[in-house]
Design a protein around this ligand. Structure first.
Ligand SMILES: CC(C)(COP(=O)(O)OP(=O)(O)OC[C@H]1O[C@@H](n2cnc3c(N)ncnc32)[C@H](O)[C@@H]1OP(=O)(O)O)[C@@H](O)C(=O)NCCC(=O)NCCS
Length: 153
């Protein structure tokens, strides 16, 4: 199995936008750059985690602050070639450990109700279902939330 390097991005998300958009296209199949570029200027305390395989970005997790103690985990995914090897799990573990150490109490995320792999991954990592809604585009979305503890991943 490949040796994956996990890193927290220390620059701005704007600086990471080009390689991140290339990764988003690989992860999601198609991806509208405006979705990322439009929101990035408005987010507070961006938190970007990367999985890197021999210099190539193969997975990411991007969150930001949505309140005093709440980290909103917005976007994430793994290159299809690298799935099923625990990459998303490791990115999530690191995101949660870092958030807890930074003083966040909760992490929240919204996932399309049809996205079983992501919903299961979240449940595996201690999220509970906290809500359900139909979003602005008419898509059913499940909201999941996890209370962070300093003493565990
Ligand atoms: C969801 C996704 C991030 C999982 O990445 P991954 O690196 O393959 O996941 P992992 O190998 O870390 O899997 C961890 C756990 O997630 C769950 N899981 C992951 N893929 C799954 C699948 N296809 N079906 C069911 N459960 C799945 C399992 O519980 C798995 O644990 P297990 O292997 O012990 O059963 C990946 O499929 C992906 O990038 N999907 C497209 C992007 C996306 O939907 N992002 C979310 C919206 S922003």
């Amino acid at each position: 199995m490949a040796e994956i390097d996990y890193q927290r991005w220390t620059g701005t998300v704007a600086d990471a936008a080009d390689p991140l958009l290339a990764l988003c296209t690989a992860v999601f199949g198609t991806f509208d750059p405006a979705y990322l570029r439009g929101r990035v200027p408005h987010i507070a305390d961006a938190d970007l985690w990367l999985a890197i395989d021999q210099g190539e970005w193969v997975g990411f997790k991007l969150g930001y602050r949505r309140g005093e103690g709440l980290l909103y985990s917005w976007l994430g995914g793994v290159d299809p070639r690298m799935r099923g090897q625990g990459v998303a799990s490791e990115l999530m573990r690191r995101q949660h450990d870092h958030a807890a150490a930074a003083g966040y109490r909760f992490v929240e995320t919204s996932t399309r109700a049809a996205n079983n792999p992501m919903i299961l991954l979240n449940l595996r990592h201690g999220f509970h279902v906290a809500g359900f809604e139909i979003d602005a585009r008419g898509i059913a979305v499940v909201i999941q939330r996890k209370e962070l503890k300093l003493d565990r991943a």
